[in-house]
Design a protein around this ligand. Sequence first.
Ligand SMILES: Cc1cc2nc3c(=O)[nH]c(=O)nc-3n(C[C@H](O)[C@H](O)[C@H](O)COP(=O)(O)OP(=O)(O)OC[C@H]3O[C@@H](n4cnc5c(N)ncnc54)[C@H](O)[C@@H]3O)c2cc1C
Length: 350
Amino acid sequence: MGSTGKYIIVGGGLSGLSLAYQLSQIGINATILEASSRLGGRIQTIKGKKDTPLELGATWFSDIHPSLLEFIDELGLSKYEQYSKGISLFETKSFEPPQEFFIPESKNPSYRISGGTQRIIDTLAEKISRKNIHLNAKVHSLTVADDLLKLETSDGKIYHGDKVILCIPPELISKIRFSPALPDDLKQLLPEVQTWMAGALKFVVEYDKSFWRQKGYSGMLFSHAGIVSEMYDHTNLEESKYGFTGFLNGGAVGYSKETRKNQVLQHLKKLLGEKAASPIFYEDKIWTDEFVISGNQNIQWPHQNNGHLLLQKGFFNEKLFLCNTETSPEFSGYMEGAIRASTAIFEKLK
Ligand SMILES: Cc1cc2nc3c(=O)[nH]c(=O)nc-3n(C[C@H](O)[C@H](O)[C@H](O)COP(=O)(O)OP(=O)(O)OC[C@H]3O[C@@H](n4cnc5c(N)ncnc54)[C@H](O)[C@@H]3O)c2cc1C
């Protein structure tokens, strides 16, 4: 038998943790059940050989994301502009040299979090009592039992809550066994809500010097011809740790990790010179695991059914709520959407 909590939050990503944090501010200590062995969900910063913060998941935001900016401020975190000075590259064909272009200074720059996006998650986890957070606790069933909602997790524990908030992608909610069943219209909708960035293939690479900056390159590149489809400078705020992050084209999903790494380094060597072939660290991640996606074939376009009205309703007599970035009517899919979703639910619960 697990612990009993009045409010149970399922999912320890940005939406779940920001909701838990807001509740804690008014004295409500929610229990958080997280399926995987780490917090953050689609936010995952890893450290390179020289401790460079490297983003495998969410990275950028801008002035059009006011809720996130305010939240970052409240948590005492700092942001800095994505580096884009110098020559950027656009490779249209493998047999032609890349086109060079310059990104004009933007009135609306992209920002990154100093120390890595994971700082948001770590700071939230520090502010919410750690004892309320349960890892490796995948919820697989939810039963209405008298006045309470009963949750069963993969580690064999049972939790009872007065209110349960499912802060997980709607597609994954459709994998939970509900008793009684969810309303038919919701049941039909859930597996058809696209999870933003599910299936993406992101890579990070760390170097001991920013050799590209020294040669006048921005580190930004776009390619229709090689394995790297999009890439950005990933130097830290202090400009003491160096690397790139970017996306690989979808075809690379079928390659082994070693092949992906070799192909990325060959591609970068061709475009940025010999030094690109000798990083001190490489990692990549295919975002197709059970914590992001269920592999539903009914999803056909990006942001499909994101922010649908049904996702904002309460169920089982206002005891069950859905709350993650895909439920937000605005900026769904993005970190801004996750914060907005959690604030909307907080307003209902407080
Ligand atoms: C590669 C990539 C790049 C991105 N880049 C950006 C970017 O640059 N800017 C931006 O704003 N956004 C970006 N995003 C999107 C951003 O990461 C998400 O909007 C945000 O992190 C979503 O937070 P969430 O809490 O709503 O959902 P999630 O992060 O998906 O969190 C859900 C959590 O629930 C857990 N969970 C799932 N099922 C269960 C279950 N049954 N029981 C218990 N726990 C469960 C999961 O393990 C996960 O921890 C990116 C995403 C990816 C993958």
